[in-house]
Design a protein around this ligand. Sequence first.
Ligand code: ATR
Length: 273
Amino acid sequence: AWVAGVVGSPINHSLSPVIHNAWIEEALLDAAYVPFNPPPPAFRGFIQGLRGGAIRGLNVTIPFKEEALALADEASDLARRAGAANLLLFRDDGAIIADNTDGTGLLAALHVQAEYRADAGPVVILGAGGAARGAAAALLEAGAPAVRVINRTRERALVLARQLGPLVTGFGREDAHVALRDAACIINATSLGLGGGPGPDIDLGLAPHAAVVMDMVYKPLETGLIHRALERGMRTVDGLEMLIRQAVPSFEAFYGRRPPATINVRALCLETL
Ligand code: ATR
């Protein structure tokens, strides 16, 4: 059997096994997708131990994405630019290859749920951590004319802007109105709103009504931010769609074929959310 999996800490609520195993079953593959939860200090040893062995690849989630990139022998441009890997592939010759499909998932979700294209206008990203960096890198790569990063700690937004180049500008929350004024898309890349609650403290009234609002948080599916956007009649995109779309290229890398289109994994995920 072809074995792949996902590694994170915690991992017990991950939807990736639900998605991949449903595709495996539907496609009648002799394969398995297994969750792994090593203690964080053991991550490096865990990955090194898989070199050239029985596992074809792993998705990587919090808190291991940066470390996964660092310990790989080779990395795709996407992973390098994102500063993180959500996909490790174990080649037969023992090499570990890092890739990142989160950006692809983000762009696909925006396209599928809102027909949004990266070149449509300036994008505002809330947060300046790893998720924000990955989103900004993917949007720039896909042709976003400008990315504005708003962060509680303004300095971190400025650092990210400096690293990602002249199309990216950093803002503190007090200057949100400047960043939002001409936004075509607003993306929450903080963990605010996870588990319910109001989500990021941002006034959507400061943005054009035509702006698309996306939340990378998907528990609950309708986060506080998405709820406020819907109340205003704005178009929204959810983090579950991003999760499912990043799984597609991962599945292809593990099992050498596209996921079957005959099963609705979104509906399955909604049952478990
Ligand atoms: P990740 O790598 O998952 O993106 P991170 O690097 O810890 O996680 O970044 C978390 C982001 O959420 C940061 O932008 C953080 O803002 P700070 O840089 O000011 O810490 C933001 N964040 C977390 N809790 C927050 C809160 N209560 N209010 C506002 N922003 C918050």
